[in-house]
Design a protein. Structure first.
Lengths: 64, 148
């Protein structure tokens, strides 16, 4: 899995800590999400997409 | 985080610190008791394992405290999944630990001419080893992440 969280975060001038606080998770969770080392729940994916004003499809890319 | 949630998290952190202090005090008493009659290798081994667990616990408490100060929760869905994975790994390895202690009692201790372990020593060792495996497994999965 690859994500574009870092790119969208930069667009909104948000730090990892800002995004973590916005979605109510620990900063480490955002770090692992950005590296594609954590598969989030649908709820968390939705919350992150909402905080970055985009859609889940835009943020998360799954490789077949 | 809301103010009420911060208070709850702080209370939970306080409870973790109290439990840690109780464990350290118990170990100190145990060490003093075990060393009173001279050097005891089993006691030293148990204390070494316990100290590693305490070290990992202290790192965990520091991390929790930092998260609370930064306005983040102590636990979230990833940390819960890490605990679940560490628990699963510990369960599987515990079976081998118990088997290993049994084999040690039956064969190895006799072969090397050592006194068999007392029941409470073997039980204590098994519990501490399980705790050690859990702590190491937790540290590993926390560093590695939960890709699937």
């Amino acid at each position: 899995m690859r994500t574009r969280i870092k790119e969208y975060r930069a667009r909104h001038d948000m730090t990892q800590a800002d995004l973590a606080r916005a979605v109510g998770v620990r900063r480490e969770t955002i770090v692992f999400l950005e590296r594609g080392k954590y598969n989030p729940s649908l709820q968390l994916a939705h919350d992150v997409a909402k905080a970055l004003k985009t859609s889940i499809d835009e943020l998360f890319m799954f490789e077949d | 985080m809301k103010e009420k949630q911060v208070r709850v998290e702080k209370a939970r952190l306080g409870l973790v610190v109290v439990i840690l202090a109780a464990v350290v005090a118990t170990l100190a008493l145990y060490a003093m008791g075990a060393m009173k009659d001279g050097f005891d290798m089993g006691a030293v081994l148990l204390l070494a394992i316990a100290l590693i667990i305490i070290l990992i616990f202290v790192l965990l408490v520091r991390r929790m405290s930092r998260d609370i100060k930064e306005g983040m929760p102590m636990h979230d869905e990833m940390s819960k999944r890490v605990v679940e994975k560490a628990g699963y790994t510990t369960y599987l390895i515990s079976i081998y630990i118990l088997l290993g202690i049994g084999i040690f009692e039956e064969t190895i201790s006799k072969a090397i001419g050592q006194e068999p372990l007392e029941v409470h020593t073997a039980t204590g060792m098994a519990i501490l080893l399980m705790a050690l495996v859990f702590a190491l497994s937790w540290a590993y999965h926390s560093k590695k992440g939960v890709p699937q």
